[in-house]
Structures are given as C-alpha cells and as structure tokens.
Design a binder for this molecule. Structure first.
Ligand code: 3HC
Length: 285
C-alpha cells in the first residue's frame, strides 16, 4: 500500500501552485505554501480565498468547507518546514535548472522518504531528477488550469523513478478528487503534445487573417471543446503558452515556425487573462 499524504509543501505559488494547494487543502491535506518571499505565499493564500469565495457564490463549495480549506493553508517563509511534509510539489518556472536547484536544495533538508513531485508541463522528469542523490522519489504530477475544475493529472515517471513513487502520486491525486493517467516522459507528455498541434495551427490561421472569434467559435461548436484555442491561450497565459510551444519544438527537434502574433502580444505585456488583455480583453473581476 502506498504512503498516504497528510501534509504537503507547495513550492511556487503562481496560478498552478495555488490551484494545487487549494485542491489538496480542500481534500483535508495540511498544505504549506512557499515562495521566494513570504509575501508571495501570503498573497497566494489571499487569491485562493477570493477564488473560494467566488466558488461559494456559484454554489460549488459550502461556507464551512471554505473555512476549513483556508485553515489548512499555511504560508511559510523557509523550506525547513518541508521536513514535516510527506510530499513536496514544485510549481516554479518552467526552467530545468531552476527546478533542479529547488530539488537539490530540498535534498539537504527533507528525509530520504519525502516524495518530490514536479508540476512540469514539458520538462523531462529524468533530466530534472538527474543530479539528485535519490532520483527514485521524483515523479511528474502535471495538473491542468484551472486546477479546481480540471479532472486530469498526468503522472510521469523518469528513468529512475521507483514504482512506489508513482503509486503514491496516483493515490494522492485520487484523494484530491483528480483522475491520474500515466504518461510517457517524452516532450509534452500526452496532453500538451496534442495541444501543441492545435495551438500552432490556430496561430497560423490567425496570422493568415482568420478572425480570432471565428476560430474559437468554430472549435467550440465544431469540436464541442469548452473553449476555443485563442481563449484557451489567454487562460493559460501567453507567456506560458510561448514557453510551452518553444519547449515542445526543442523537444521534438524541430524549428518553431509560427507564433509571430503570440510573440508580439507577449512583448507588449498582453499576457492573457492575468494581465487583463491577450488575444481578447478581460474586465477586472
Ligand atoms: N471548488 C472550487 N472552485 C471551483 C470549483 C470547485 N468544486 N468548481 C469550479 N470552481 C471555480 C473555478 O476554479 C473558477 O474559479 P475562478 O473564479 O477563480 O476562475 C470558477 O469556479 C470558474 O469555473 P466555472 O465552472 O464556473 O466556469 P465555466 O463553467 O465557465 O468553465 C472552464 C470554465 C473550466 C475554464 C472551461 O471553459 C474549460 O474547461 N475550459 C478548457 C480549459 C482547459 O482546456 N484547460 C487546460 C489548459 S492546458 C494546461 O493547463 C496545461 C499546461 O501545462 C499549460
């Protein structure tokens, strides 16, 4: 039987880190939130509180559950508190070196049986775990945005990941209400490899002059997708989308041929919903 995760440390409190912390805490896990500054972790807790308040208004969560969830979220100022955690999930920037540094630092703090999970969209788990003394405890746990709504978590093992690490990741995400699917340690795993093709073609169509709204409506109504590809890029963040497209092209050993409109928007600070403007405009909530 795999180890039950009762306490979790989340490193990196952006959209994905905060979403993961929210679902784990909602399911009864004690969650510490860590970022480069305590302010950032406290801010993430405040964003989760606001998101839960909206979810309560919509009738998705009860007031008492919301209070219980918030009581289980603990912003922390040092990594020392990770000693107590059964598992650590990092959701820092999509950068191999940054992720490796986080885990190298953790290896000097946590006991050897603390599980180390990475919420990477693209980066090879084998490579992330490569410099570690205990690569067998590293697995990929790839969540989707918005985390409270998306059912899937891809579970990815690297070359030296132990089977028990994967089983523990699967049972933890199941306990948090998600459905795990094992994915190969290849660029984009399953979902982002498929999504890459859709997004690149949507960008090409847009650059050929097809209206953004028309592309989105066609995909929504013709494929029954909940969102069109341009709205989806705005949701994920155009900077994150760009990083994913570049990493996917690199990983597959091909040149990135599209995305001029995307690069221009990122350069102009139009990053999608989070900045209020991307392909489309978003009034402040
Ligand atoms: N508990 C807590 N919060 C909940 C909740 C629950 N049980 N159920 C819903 N919510 C929250 C949501 O988190 C969200 O909160 P917010 O106000 O902070 O944004 C809000 O309620 C919106 O959810 P709704 O269900 O009311 O909204 P819609 O019905 O309009 O659906 C959508 C929105 C879920 C985004 C839908 O359009 C959709 O599924 N779009 C596609 C999303 C997608 O494809 N995501 C994958 C992106 S790719 C990715 O993430 C990979 C990465 O590596 C790049």
């Amino acid at each position: 039987m795999s180890k039950k995760i009762e306490s979790l440390l989340v490193i990196g409190t952006g959209t994905m880190g905060a979403g993961i912390a929210q679902v784990a805490a909602a399911a009864g896990c004690e969650v510490s939130l860590y970022d480069t500054a305590l302010d950032a972790a406290e801010n993430a807790r405040a964003r989760i509180a606001a998101s839960l308040a909206r979810a309560k208004e919509k009738g998705y969560v009860e007031a008492a559950d919301m209070e219980d969830t918030l009581a289980r979220l603990h912003p922390v100022g040092t990594l020392e508190s990770s000693r107590e955690a059964g598992a650590v999930i990092e959701a820092v920037r999509e950068d191999l070196q940054v992720k490796q540094e986080v885990f190298l630092q953790l290896e000097n703090i946590v006991p050897p049986d603390t599980l180390l999970w990475t919420n990477t969209s693209m980066i090879s788990i084998t490579r992330i775990a490569d410099p570690l003394r205990h690569p067998e405890r590293v697995a990929g746990t790839h969540f989707f945005n918005p985390v409270p709504r998306m059912k899937l978590v891809e579970i990815i093992g690297g070359r030296r990941t132990d089977a028990r690490t994967l089983e523990a990741a699967e049972s933890a995400v199941r306990a948090w209400g998600k459905t795990p699917v094992r994915a190969p340690d290849t660029p984009g795993f399953i979902v982002n490899r498929l999504l890459d093709a859709l997004l690149r073609e949507a960008l090409s169509l847009h650059e050929e002059g097809v209206e953004g709204r028309a592309i989105d409506e066609a995909v929504r109504l013709g494929l029954n997708f909940p969102m069109g590809p341009l709205e989806l890029m705005d949701l994920v963040g155009l900077d994150t989308t760009r990083d994913c497209l570049v990493a996917q092209a690199d990983g597959m050993g091909r040149e990135l041929k599209c995305g001029e409109s995307l690069l221009r928007l990122v350069k102009d600070g139009r990053l999608g919903r989070k900045s209020g403007r991307g392909f489309f405009d978003y009034p402040p909530q």
